[in-house]
Design a protein around this ligand. Structure first.
Ligand SMILES: [Zn+2]
Length: 342
């Protein structure tokens, strides 16, 4: 089969012919239809989520969708032919968090698809059966490749933040690959959404095509909240995909009484200060949010199937064109997610 193979963490993957993988105990073989391409896969390739030389060579790609074509011992043969999406985290299935359905907090996390085992930059890939989450039939594979991360992650954020109908939600870096889906998920949860970005084309897309209010966040001190929110209104929730000291400080200060700031970035060396006096008097919550649960991945799929969230895939390529998508990502030229289509 063809695959893009990484021989050194941080190097570009090379298109090669490699042996087909064979599913072992509790595993399934997936014929990959499409694999999402976003900043997280670049972080994985760079070694940010683990750079163990023993894991090389490695096939990256965690946001893949495909069809189960073989099952290993112990897996129900009824799963043959099932359309699935890969769940990113290699969770144990047995710890207290896994038993509670919060696999993203697994006590025995064994790593990540595309880092600690091969991913979807290949025509075929083997996955633990419990990581293969069923998708509704009939979805376009390239568009569906946004479900397991770019849309599931926002569903988790919406749950973490407790977004309720009628609440006001501001999304920082709303034009990015996850942000552009976050604004849609927040709206699907009933919120009035403000998308913040500094890229004029992406702001235009958010207002014209996605249909949310927008504002330029080049200067956080000068952000104008939508007039429709009313005089003196504050966001109930700020969701920060930028993660700069300025954006985080703005978010913590901008939320109103009972407000929530949700943080998703992990840049080392970034700090911001918050007054406990402000936290107490305003009952502000500051929340970290980490990936999603399998249940939230399923809900993300349903939001797409029902048309409440429309996947934004700015560029699709075959295996020979994937590195061009990487280049677009690094230069901020990609709208939404990219997709490798086999
Ligand atoms: Zn676990």
């Amino acid at each position: 089969m063809r695959a893009l193979v990484l021989h050194e963490w941080g190097a570009a993957p090379a298109l090669e012919d490699v042996a087909d993988p064979v599913p072992g105990d509790g595993e399934v073989l997936v014929e990959v239809r499409a694999c999402g391409v976003g900043l997280t896969v670049l972080n994985c390739i760079r070694g940010d989520l683990g750079a163990d030389p023993a894991n090389l060579p490695r096939i990256p790609g965690h946001e893949y969708v495909g069809t189960i074509s073989a099952v290993g011992p112990g897996v129900d043969r009824a799963r043959l032919g099932e359309t699935v999406a890969a769940y990113f985290y290699l969770f144990c299935g047995d710890c207290r968090h896994c038993l509670a359905g919060t696999e993203d907090l697994c006590d025995n996390l064994a790593g990540f698809v595309g880092v600690d085992r091969d991913g979807g930059y290949a025509e075929r890939v083997v996955l633990p059966a419990r990581n293969a989450v069923s998708l509704p039939p009939g979805l376009d594979p390239a568009l569906a490749s946004t479900i397991p991360d770019a849309i599931a992650t926002p569903v988790h954020v919406a749950h973490r933040a407790g977004i309720q109908p009628g609440q006001r939600v501001a999304v920082v870096a709303a034009g990015g690959g996850v942000g552009i889906h976050m604004v849609q998920v927040a709206r699907a949860f009933g919120a009035h959404v403000l998308g913040l970005d500094i890229d004029g084309d992406k702001l235009l897309y958010l207002s014209e095509e996605v249909g949310v209010d927008t504002a330029n966040s080049a200067d956080f001190d000068a952000i104008e909240l939508p007039g429709a929110w009313g005089e003196g209104a504050h966001p109930d929730v700020v969701i920060d995909f930028l993660g700069s000291a300025q954006s985080l400080a703005w978010g913590a200060d901008a939320v109103g009484l009972g407000g929530r700031l949700v943080v998703l970035t992990t840049f080392p060396g970034v700090d911001f200060t918050v007054s406990p006096r402000t936290l107490v008097f305003r009952e502000t919550s500051i929340l970290g949010s980490r990936y999603a649960t399998r249940s939230e991945l399923s809900l993300a799929a349903e939001l797409v199937r029902s048309g409440r969230v429309r996947p934004v895939v700015g560029r699709q390529e075959d295996a020979a064109g994937v590195l061009a998508i990487h280049d677009d990502l690094l230069h901020g030229r990609l709208l939404g997610r990219g997709a490798l289509v086999w």
